[in-house]
Design a protein around this ligand. Structure first.
Ligand code: ATP
Ligand code: MG
Ligand code: MG
Ligand code: MG
Length: 449
């Protein structure tokens, strides 16, 4: 049993966040790293809010997506392979968890006849509940080269009264059949020339969403109705005094989800900033703050919910208690700062919307002004327009951004000293004059900082 790694991967600078249970084991799968064991299980903190996996826009709207979630997994590094992985998986869901076999459907990659036959003999499922899928949903790869292979997924049918079709059908994105577990059979090595070699020691990587399985085991359909989320949503309801119904329901869900994401990110050392990981954090925070504002919360809300989160999760994740003061301060400061901008920005947005016809996209230039002057990340503006089905003209936004960058460059090189002087005057105006303490005196402190 391997403890969860942090959300910031320490083995892959190209990856923003740990987004799957296998991330900490990447180098073990490629053979670059060896460990004193060939099998492992873990419950890994994951974040899918940027980069290749981005579920930010799903949060609040589907029954099954979070930005932060826990992925349970079992792994074999050249030890057991396909047959035993399917036995383990099927055994756990049917005997371990006691799920009704009639509610389970599995998928295989379309050319993986071996997996199809194994499911048939091990699970005894009829042919029509072993669905062959030809898309990349059922073929996993680490990158353009390296280990890869077909996968099988286990779906739970939450019942005919919920909209959505079985995997592979046109309405598979509904929430009736919910994917609970993905079993990856790493058996090839993708070469740069496009060919695939058989891996000498095939491996297993699996991922099961804890919250999705909890929903099934607690007899609820929706992840946001499990005990943990109910407690967070209850806290949000009692702090705002607004019930979780209608449009407000989505806001409470976003707030509960984003509370987990922002708190765990801060506990793992990320702070809000204007680039990279810190900017993803800031976007998550500002988005949650807009929903708090929509619920009519006139004071900062998010920091007041931290105790509820600590209650629920610090038992399993002591880093939350350790970081609680930092999380609370950071949330409060960020929300205090953003509040005035948020109100002004939303007013501008309303004014601009009133000039548009109902289906017309918001001009990119306006979205850019919201970003540049009021600190609205683009996705916040998009989220704000979503309920009325209005889009943002992204090309226009990009153009305005490019234009501003070009202007800033021109101003810098063209007018030289003058432009820099203006910056100093602006700073002086905003913060007042400061006292020069000399180079010597501050150098020790500066090097520490
Ligand atoms: P979906 O198709 O529902 O978006 P996925 O195919 O993207 O899921 P995988 O990448 O296969 O998910 O991840 C393995 C497992 O992790 C999934 O089977 C699911 O149980 C869980 N999972 C994935 N994304 C999320 C999420 N955003 N929130 C909660 N659980 C998730
Ligand atoms: Mg997904
Ligand atoms: Mg899927
Ligand atoms: Mg999947």
């Amino acid at each position: 049993m391997v403890p969860s790694s942090p959300l910031v991967p320490n083995n892959d600078p190209t990856l923003l966040f740990t987004n799957a249970g296998m991330v900490p084991f990447k180098d073990v799968f490629t053979g670059a790293e060896t460990r004193p064991y060939q099998r492992a299980v873990s419950s890994q903190k994951c974040l899918r809010a940027g980069g290749k996996h981005n579920d930010l826009d799903n949060v609040g709207y589907t029954a099954r997506h979070h930005t932060f979630f826990e992925m349970l997994g079992n792994f074999s590094f050249g030890d057991y392979f396909k047959e035993q992985a399917i036995q383990f998986g099927w055994g756990l869901v049917t005997e371990g968890f006691g799920l009704d076999k009639d509610r389970l459907t599995v998928t295989v990659y379309h050319d993986d006849q071996e997996a199809f036959d194994l499911w048939k003999s091990i699970a005894g499922l009829p042919d029509d509940r072993i669905i062959k899928i030809a898309t990349s949903d059922n073929f996993w790869s680490m990158g353009d080269t390296g280990p890869c292979g077909p996968c099988s997924e286990i779906f739970y049918d939450h019942g005919a009264d919920i909209p959505g079709g079985p995997p592979g059908s046109p309405d598979e994105d509904g929430d009736r059949f919910i994917e609970i577990w993905n079993l990856v059979f790493m058996q090839y090595e993708q070469q740069a020339d496009g060919s695939r070699l058989n891996l000498p020691r095939p491996s297993i990587d699996t991922g099961m969403g804890l919250e999705r399985v909890a929903a099934v085991l607690q007899g609820v359909h929706d992840n946001y109705d499990i005990d943990l989320f109910r407690a967070l949503i209850d806290a949000s309801v009692s702090e705002t005094g607004v019930r979780a119904v209608g449009q407000q329901r989505a806001s409470h869900r976003v707030i509960a989800d984003h509370l987990r994401a922002m708190s765990f990110l801060i506990a793992d050392g990320v702070l809000p900033s204007n680039e990279g990981r810190g900017y993803v954090l800031r976007r998550i925070m500002r988005r949650a703050m807009r929903h708090a504002h929509m619920l009519g919360s006139s004071d900062p809300l998010m920091y007041r919910l931290v105790p509820a989160l600590v209650d629920q999760m610090a038992g399993a994740f002591p880093e939350l208690s350790r970081a609680q003061p930092l999380i609370t301060e950071t949330l409060k400061l960020e929300e205090d700062r953003f509040r005035t901008m948020l109100e002004r920005g939303l007013r501008l947005l309303d004014e601009e919307k009133s000039k548009l016809s109902p289906s017309q996209a918001l001009p990119g230039e306006v979205a850019f002004r919201l970003y540049d002057t009021y600190g609205f990340p683009l996705d916040l503006t998009q989220d704000a327009l979503r309920s009325e089905g209005r889009n943002v003209d992204i090309a226009g936004f990009d153009k305005a951004m490019a234009q501003q960058r070009a202007q800033a460059r021109a101003a810098w090189s063209g007018s030289g000293q003058q432009a820099t002087d203006k910056i100093w005057y602006d700073i002086k105006e905003r913060y007042g004059a400061t006292e020069f303490l000399g180079y010597q005196e501050n150098s020790a402190e500066a090097s520490v900082l």
